[in-house]
Design a protein around this ligand. Structure first.
Ligand code: TXA
Ligand code: MG
Length: 356
C-alpha cells in the first residue's frame, strides 16, 4: 500500500490528483475526514463498492455513506429532498452530519447494501472535499477500520488495519472530532436519529424540532428488532478486552474511582492485565493498573477526540479487562456514551455493587 502525506493547510493538488485518479479507476483510497478516516471508492461503481466490503471484512448488508463535495451533487443521488433534510443540510453541511434519503436509480445496490435509501454526507475536511472534487464522482466511504475494530482517528490506525488491502492511504494527520458523523433518517414521515455524533440532538432539535431516536442508539438490540442503520447491530468499536462501564449508584457512598480501584485490584490479584479509562480530573486517583486519560471531563471534545485511540492502545497492551468512567448523556456526551456502551457490549455496573 502506498502512503502519501498531505498537509491540510497546504494541499499538494498534484499529489491529491493521483489519489483522485485511483478512485476514478475503481481503486480504494483511505483519506482523512473531520470525523474519522474513511475508506473511499467510486460510489457509482458496483465493483469498487464490492472491494470496500472485502477490504474491511464487512457484511455486505451494511450500507456505505456516500460523500459529496457540493450540495448540488445531492440531487442526482436521491429521489427527493424532504423539508427536514433541506433544513438540516442548510444548517450543518459541510460537517459531521449524514442524512438518509430515498435513493435514485443512479446509486448501485452494492453501495446501499440493497436498501432503497442512500446515506449522504458532505464532509468539511479540506483534504476530503478536495479529493471528492478532483475525483469528479461521489465517494462511498465507511470508516477505514477492519470490521469490528475501533474507527481510525490516526493514519497509523488505518495502516495497521488496511496495509496490503487497499491501494493508497492519504496521511492527513490526526482527525479533528474523533467519533463518526451523526446519522439522521429523513426518508420517512418523522426524522429519526440513527447514530449520535458531533451534530448533537440539541443542535438537530434547534433546526427541525423533536425527532425520534432509533432503538439501537438507546441500548442493545434483540435479534427481533431491526435497527434502521444496519451497522448499529454489530458490536462495533469492540476492544479485545472485556470492558465494563462504572456509573455512580444512588444507594452508596462509594465513588466511581473507589469502585474501579476495588474491582481492578481484584482482577490484578487474579493475574489479569487491567486497563482503566479515566479523565484528566481523576487520573491521579488511580494508583494501579494501566491507566489512560481520555482528556478533560470539562471539555467533552477532548474525550471524543481520544476515545478510539485509547481503545486501540489497550488492544496493543493486551488488556484483559478495562474499567471506564461514564459521562453525562447530553450534547456530545450522547455520542461518547453510545460508543463506550457499544465497546463494552452494554456492560455497565453501579458503584457499591460487588461484582462486575
Ligand atoms: O463519520 C462518518 O460517518 C465516517 C466518515 C468516513 O465519513 N463514516 C462512517 O461510515 O462512519 P460507516 O460505514 O463506518 O458507518 C455508516 C453507518 C453504518 O451504521 C450503516 O449501517 C449506516 O451508516 N447507513 C449507511 N447507509 C444507510 C442507509 N441507507 N440507511 C440506514 N443506515 C445507513
Ligand atoms: Mg464504521
Amino acid at each position: 500500500m502506498k502512503v502519501i502525506k498531505i498537509e491540510k493547510d497546504q494541499i499538494d493538488d498534484e499529489l491529491l490528483a493521483q489519489a483522485a485518479r485511483l478512485i476514478r479507476e475503481g481503486g480504494l483510497v483511505a483519506f482523512p475526514t473531520e470525523t474519522v478516516y474513511g475508506l473511499g471508492a467510486n460510489a457509482l461503481d458496483r465493483e469498487a463498492a464490492k472491494k470496500i466490503y472485502a477490504a474491511k471484512g464487512r457484511p455486505s448488508d451494511n450500507p456505505l455513506i456516500v460523500h459529496i463535495g457540493k450540495k448540488e451533487e445531492l440531487e442526482v443521488l436521491v429521489k427527493e429532498v424532504p423539508e427536514a433534510g433541506r433544513r438540516l443540510m442548510d444548517a450543518y453541511w459541510p460537517g459531521p452530519l449524514t442524512l438518509i434519503f430515498p435513493k435514485s436509480g443512479l446509486v448501485p445496490d452494492e453501495t446501499t447494501g440493497g436498501l432503497d435509501t442512500v446515506a449522504v454526507r458532505m464532509p468539511m475536511d479540506r483534504i476530503a472535499s478536495c479529493l471528492i472534487e478532483l475525483a469528479g464522482v461521489p465517494i462511498a466511504a465507511p470508516s477505514a477500520n477492519t470490521s469490528g475494530r475501533p474507527s481510525p482517528t490516526l493514519a497509523e490506525h488505518v495502516y495497521q488495519d488496511m496495509d496490503g488491502r487497499i491501494d493508497l492511504l492519504i496521511d492527513g494527520g490526526p482527525v479533528g472530532i474523533g467519533v463518526e458523523s451523526t446519522i439522521v433518517d429523513v426518508s420517512g414521515p418523522v426524522p429519526v436519529l440513527l447514530r449520535p455524533g458531533a451534530v448533537t440532538m440539541e443542535m438537530l432539535e434547534a433546526v427541525i424540532g423533536k425527532l425520534d431516536t432509533d432503538q439501537a442508539v438507546l441500548g442493545p438490540v434483540s435479534d427481533k428488532v431491526k435497527p434502521k442503520a444496519p451497522g448499529m447491530k454489530y458490536r462495533h468499536y469492540a476492544p479485545r478486552a472485556q470492558m465494563i462501564l462504572v456509573e455512580k449508584g444512588l444507594e452508596t457512598r462509594e465513588t466511581v474511582t473507589e469502585t474501579i480501584n476495588r474491582l481492578a485490584a481484584e482482577k490484578m490479584n487474579q493475574g489479569f492485565r487491567v486497563g482503566i479509562i479515566c479523565t484528566e480530573e481523576t487520573f491521579d486517583q488511580y494508583p494501579k493498573g494501566m491507566v489512560k486519560s481520555l482528556g478533560l471531563r470539562s471539555k467533552e471534545e477532548t474525550i471524543a477526540h481520544n476515545l478510539f485511540a485509547v481503545l486501540r492502545e489497550f488492544d496493543d497492551l493486551e488488556a484483559d479487562y478495562i474499567y471506564s468512567e461514564c459521562f453525562p448523556e447530553s450534547h456530545l456526551g450522547q455520542a461518547i456514551m453510545n460508543r463506550l456502551s457499544k465497546a463494552a457490549g452494554y456492560h455497565m455496573i453501579h458503584t457499591g455493587e460487588d461484582r462486575e
